[in-house]
Each structure stands twice: as structure tokens, then as C-alpha cells.
Design a protein around this ligand. Structure first.
Ligand code: ZN
Length: 391
């Protein structure tokens, strides 16, 4: 494999992108995506692509790049999130972009997912430099806030659509067509406060919550009967528990937060309905059991057919670069791809360099070789999917 201009551009972009701090600012501490989105806009313009910033909230902007097709082809969206998770004292040289002797580039976001954005950019440059014209439009969307509430992709889909999309999350160059959704559910267990010397006059909300936790553990066992070929079973875990006020008082309330990971085919609100059912059963058995259930947030899963033209185009590009069949996989994490499918009906799959197990870690890195290969795969996928005008 010869390093063409696209691959050189990817590696240079990757270094620049990692050096720019783009930690998600949800907690008021991250730097945000303003600098990185302006930087990417500048590079897209230098390739001759149309590029603009799309306002999301405050100074936070998506960056949109478009290579206009000549007509008669299908449009493809490449989506990558520019924000990263935060850094701590343990994070090794997070913005150093150092390369080790194994050819791995280290830094916050190297794997999740600046490596993939760099590959997409390299592919766009190659196509722009080649002088050949695409038939369908190519739309690059660098988005904010994927690591928190996906505000960026939610704004992209208000203005843009396409015939298909690829989200560049790290898949170790596998083609991911499925992932779970998730739901956050809260339960407030209500008791009655009393002095610790007369606990029989109160209702201990923490003790009642422990009954609920027991039943939810049984519910989790029932998930073994439902499964998806690439994703396995649904999952649930307790996230937080808060209850009680002081030593000598029977607690009046106990609040639980839990997370349910859902299979793509499970109906909306499945998690909150399940928990409400358990609460109703406990209330029927015990007149002193009283709890209210709230649905806080929910995102759908992803399940795209391997026969979708975008999956076929990506598979064929992969085979031509790698000389073997791609792995078609499900991934354990949630991504913006689910929004593109559920909100806009855009068939979307995931592909990118880097191992997801390194994402968010204290020593995050991406193999440069994978970034280069991904560049070629993106390039050929774009050409295959959008079509190239004969000259
Ligand atoms: Zn990511």
C-alpha cells in the first residue's frame, strides 16, 4: 500500500486534531468544540469543498463540508463527533499526539474518534485532488456533544439528509450494523419518617427499596430469554441510590436510578413499563410499598440490514483494500447512528479505525496503519456509493 496524498493528509490531520482540546463542556470544565470545528472548516475549504459552521448552542458549532455531485448518484453522509470525554491527572499527555515505536498515536480522542475523522478528511482530499467528479453529494458532518446528549447530530438532521450514512466510531475496521439502545429510569420509594426509637411508627424507604432491588435482579434474569444475533441479551444495572437523612431517623425516601440497555426491536418505553409493573406487583403484595417511576431519557438501538447498499459499498471497498472479507459486527456501545435511522430513516452503519476498549482510557491511542487503511476504505466507499462521473 503506497501512502498517497489522502493518507498523508489523514496522519497530519490526526496529529492536529488530537492537539486541539475538544473535551465535551457539559460539566462546565471542557474546552468545547469551537476551535476544532473552525480548524476542520479551514481544512475542508483548502480541499475545495464547501464548508460552514452550523450553530448548535452558544459558541458550539457543528462543521458541515459538502462535495457537490454532478447529479444522478446517491448521496452519502460521513458523520464524526469532534468532542471527547474529559481528562484527569492519570491521563497520559492527552494533547501531545505522540507516536510510539509501534506506530500508534496517543492522546485524548485519538481512538474515539479523531482517527476516524482524520481518515474521512484524507478521503475527501483525495477525491477533491483526483479531479474526478462524484455523481451524488458527499456530506461530511463533524458534530458536537456526542459524548453527552448528541445535540450536534440532532441539529444536523434538521437541515441535512442523505441516502445513507456512515458514523466513524472505532470498530477496529469492522463494519458494525447493530447496537443497543438505552433508557434511564428513576424510582422514588416513599416511606414515612419516624424517630429511631419508634421505628414501628415509620415506613423504612430504604428497606422497601431493597425489596425492589431484589425483584429487579429477578427481572434481569428473565432477559436471558430474549436475544439478538449480534447483540445478545438486554441488560440492566443500578446506577445510583440515595436515601436517608441521619442515624436516628427512619428514612422517608429512597431514590434509585437505573439504566436498561435495550435491543433494537424492543418497543419504546419498555424499560419504564417493566419497572412500573414490578412496582405495581410489590404494591399489591405490601400495602406499605409506595413508589413512583419516572422515565428520564431514552435512545433507540440500531439494526441495519447487511443488504443495505451502504453496507455493500463499504464491504466491497474493504475487500478491495484489505484483500479479505470484513467482519460484520454488533458493537456494545450506543452511537449517533441510531438517531440518523430513527429520526430520518437514513440507513447508517459504523466503521472506523481504533479499538473501542481504548476509548475514554487513560492512555488512548490509535494505530496509524489503521487510520491509513480506513482512509482508503472511505475513499473507495464514497466513489462506489456516490458514483463517479465518466470523463
Ligand atoms: Zn465515540
Amino acid at each position: 500500500m503506497k501512502a498517497g496524498s489522502g493518507m498523508r493528509e489523514s496522519v497530519s490531520m490526526l496529529k492536529e486534531l488530537v492537539k486541539i482540546n475538544s473535551v465535551n463542556p457539559f460539566d462546565g470544565r471542557g474546552s468545547g468544540e469551537a476551535e476544532i470545528s473552525e480548524f476542520i472548516r479551514g481544512r475542508l475549504r483548502s480541499y475545495g469543498a464547501q464548508a460552514r459552521l452550523q450553530k448548535v448552542k452558544g459558541s458550539r458549532t457543528n462543521v458541515i463540508g459538502i462535495v457537490k455531485g454532478s447529479g444522478g448518484g446517491k448521496s452519502l453522509m460521513l458523520n464524526g463527533h469532534m468532542d471527547t470525554v474529559g481528562v484527569t491527572a492519570e491521563t497520559k499527555n492527552p494533547f501531545g499526539a505522540t507516536v510510539d515505536d509501534k506506530g500508534q498515536l496517543h492522546g485524548r480522542g485519538a481512538c474515539d474518534m479523531k482517527g476516524s475523522i482524520a481518515s474521512m478528511m484524507g478521503a475527501i482530499k483525495t477525491i477533491a485532488d483526483s479531479g474526478s467528479e462524484l455523481k451524488g453529494d458527499l456530506i461530511f458532518t463533524g458534530v458536537i456533544d456526542e459524548e453527552y446528549l448528541s445535540a450536534g447530530t440532532n441539529v444536523v438532521i434538521k437541515e441535512y439528509t442523505s441516502d445513507a450514512a456512515i458514523v466513524g466510531e472505532p470498530t477496529s475496521l469492522g463494519i458494525a450494523i447493530a447496537h443497543k439502545g438505552y433508557a434511564w429510569v428513576g424510582v422514588d420509594v416513599h416511606g414515612r419518617a419516624s424517630h429511631g426509637s419508634v421505628p414501628e411508627k415509620g415506613i423504612d424507604a430504604i428497606a422497601k427499596a431493597s425489596k425492589l432491588i431484589g425483584r429487579l435482579s429477578e427481572l434481569q434474569k428473565s432477559y436471558k430469554s430474549v436475544s439478538h444475533p449480534l447483540l445478545g441479551n438486554p441488560k440492566m444495572h443500578m446506577s445510583t441510590i440515595i436515601g436517608g437523612t441521619e442515624w436516628a431517623v427512619v428514612p422517608e425516601t429512597c431514590s434509585l436510578h437505573l439504566e436498561r440497555r435495550t435491543l433494537p426491536a424492543e418497543p419504546k418505553n419498555v424499560a419504564v413499563k417493566e419497572v412500573k409493573k414490578v412496582v405495581a406487583e410489590l404494591s399489591a403484595e405490601d400495602p406499605e410499598f409506595n413508589a413512583s417511576v419516572t422515565s428520564f431519557f431514552e435512545q433507540p438501538g440500531l439494526d441495519v440490514s447487511r443488504k443495505e447498499p451502504v453496507v455493500r459499498a463499504l464491504s466491497s471497498a474493504y475487500r478491495s483494500v484489505m484483500r479479505h472479507q470484513p467482519a460484520i459486527v454488533g458493537v456494545p456501545y450506543w452511537t449517533d447512528a441510531a438517531l440518523l435511522v430513527s429520526e430520518k430513516g437514513i440507513p447508517t452503519c459504523l466503521f472506523g479505525p481504533g479499538d473501542i476498549r481504548l476509548a475514554h482510557s487513560a492512555d488512548e491511542y490509535v494505530p496509524i496503519r489503521e487510520v491509513e487503511k480506513a482512509t482508503l476504505v472511505f475513499e473507495r466507499t464514497i466513489q462506489g456509493f456516490c458514483g463517479v462521473k465518466a470523463r
